[in-house]
Design a protein around this ligand. Structure first.
Ligand SMILES: Cc1cc2nc3c(=O)[nH]c(=O)nc-3n(C[C@H](O)[C@H](O)[C@H](O)COP(=O)(O)OP(=O)(O)OC[C@H]3O[C@@H](n4cnc5c(N)ncnc54)[C@H](O)[C@@H]3O)c2cc1C
Length: 470
């Protein structure tokens, strides 16, 4: 698929925005103006925008808490443990970070580099350079190939990565995208903004995000089960049906693709295909409390292993200076492991660390927990990655249905997909489109937020950290 220039994107978006409004925009006098479905990052952003515009809002969340895939758990370890998103990417541009200081939450820069373990020792500088150079070459190859055709990243992977190949495959595939490179669109990969500069939140990213929903009424444990756009819009829940003028749906692509919400009339093939081809990858944290800094980590150390195959992981150690360490498993291996259950995941993490640091580490592991996002029925995975040939699916999801239903969420962003910041921006964008449709706002095209960061040609020298895609 040819890469779209910003100009052609805007032209296409403008065309979408001025489609004739369907009957659904007519008033629903006894109902609300807008229903927002889901209270993750996109839902919070949308609800804030609708509420700030003084529109009558019904905000529904299936779970008994808000935050979705960005949630901080303080109960399991007695300290902030982000079960989902943890890194705040591109903090200078991230819409969520900009709101943080007002809330008295501490956001600080993440370490700018990473370490690589080769057997029982750390990689030397030259070895690290080799690894980073291999990674940079692979990333460049994806971008170059993606300019010509939307093939799988695996097809574009340089053949001469030598013994770094499995590590590069892990870092750019499962670790970066939640999927193997054979399942990742080169265009999708290339379009994603660089995420080398990261920040972290001492109280947890989830705590930061959910604080932004304060003061807006949300109906918890209230799933939307069906959306009917035949006459006005109605949203069914187990607690009753809500009439509205527009709906913003922010649930994950896998929830929609698995029929979690019924649409009447049925969604067209353009939307259905898009949901199917933007399926969620697999990414989980195996959280370990490691006593007395037994492995000598520095705060927020990120360590990869020079691996021989896909059965590998990464560790984010001493989270915000605590004893909490997150062993990250992802892709097909992570998916299979998570299917075996939490005990198997913790066993793997302990064995993996013992292989890299010696068996004594097992004695230092105290409490543990593992996330299993594929098995969370309200999410069903980690983040959406376009299948080869299907990068355009993201724009398909930006098109409203019947002039009444808008989709938002991390999947509905072309450059910040798979991130909290991207989900937030897509929620705001959908809310603005709805407000314009309802009137009282100037009509303007639905545009992709201008967040694309210019690629640096000499990233290796200036940015030694592996590029993250989520
Ligand atoms: C393990 C992991 C690590 C990650 N790490 C990072 C990271 O470091 N940095 C980063 O930026 N991003 C990261 N991400 C991705 C990030 O978490 C997501 O991109 C983002 O949180 C998605 O927000 P969302 O609003 O699109 O969707 P969600 O957060 O999934 O929100 C959707 C909400 O809809 C609710 N819902 C589902 N069905 C219904 C229904 N029928 N009715 C009503 N409500 C419903 C769900 O319960 C959920 O609360 C990570 C994700 C995972 C899983």
């Amino acid at each position: 698929m040819p890469r779209l220039s910003r100009r052609s994107f805007l032209a296409a978006s403008a065309a979408l925005a001025v489609r004739p409004a369907a009957a659904a925009v007519a008033a629903a006098p006894s109902g609300v103006d807008v229903v927002v479905v889901g209270a993750g990052a996109a839902g919070i952003a949308a609800a804030r925008r609708i509420a700030a515009a003084g529109r009558k809002l019904a905000w529904l969340e299936a779970a008994d808490h808000i935050g979705g895939r960005c949630i901080t758990d303080t109960a399991t370890f007695g300290l902030p443990y982000d079960r989902g998103a943890h890194w705040i990417h591109s903090p200078d541009l991230n819409p969520v970070t900009k709101l943080a200081p007002r809330r008295g939450i501490e956001v600080y820069p993440a370490p700018a580099s990473q370490k690589v373990r080769i057997g029982r020792r750390y990689a030397r500088e030259g070895e690290l350079e080799d690894f980073l150079a291999s990674q940079a070459r692979a990333t460049r190859a994806f971008a170059e190939t993606g300019r010509k055709a939307d093939v799988a990243c695996a097809q574009a992977l340089p053949a001469d990565l030598g013994d770094w190949r499995p590590t590069v495959e892990f870092v750019l595939g499962p670790f970066g995208c939640g999927k193997e490179l054979a399942q990742v669109s080169a265009v999708d990969f290339a379009k994603s903004a660089e995420r080398n500069a990261d920040a972290l939140c001492r109280q947890g990213f989830g705590a930061l995000l959910t604080s932004l929903a304060e003061g807006i009424a949300v109906k918890l444990s209230t799933p939307a089960t069906a959306i009917d756009t035949r006459r006005n819009v109605s949203v069914e829940t187990p607690k009753g049906t809500i009439a509205a003028r527009a709906v913003i749906v922010t649930v994950s692509t896998n929830v929609i693709a698995s029929g979690g919400i019924t649409f009447t009339p049925e969604l067209g093939s353009r939307h259905l295909d898009a949901f199917g081809k933007l399926s969620l990858g697999s990414y989980d944290h195996i959280a370990l409390e490691i006593a007395d800094n037994a492995l000598g980590f520095e705060s927020d150390d990120l360590v990869f292993e020079k691996s021989a195959g896909p059965r590998t992981a990464a560790i984010l150690a001493n989270v915000s200076g605590t004893q909490l360490c997150l062993v990250e498993v992802a892709g097909a291996f992570g998916r299979d492991l998570a299917a075996e259950g939490e005990a198997a995941m913790v066993d793997f993490a302990a064995d993996w660390l013992a292989g890299l640091y010696g068996a004594d580490v097992k004695k230092a592991i105290k409490r543990s927990h593992a996330t299993r996002w594929n098995h969370e029925p309200r999410v069903q995975g980690a983040f959406a990655v376009a299948a080869p040939g299907w990068q355009g699916a993201r724009r398909a999801l930006m098109e409203p249905v019947q002039g009444a239903v808008w989709f938002a969420g991390e999947a509905v962003h072309e450059t910040l997909w798979g991130t909290v910041g991207g989900a937030w921006e897509s929620g705001e964008r959908a809310a603005e489109a709805v407000l314009r449709r309802l009137g009282g706002q100037k009509e303007a095209p639905i545009t992709e937020a201008d967040t694309t960061v210019k690629r640096k040609s000499k990233r290796l020298q200036t940015e030694p950290r592996s590029q993250r895609r989520f």
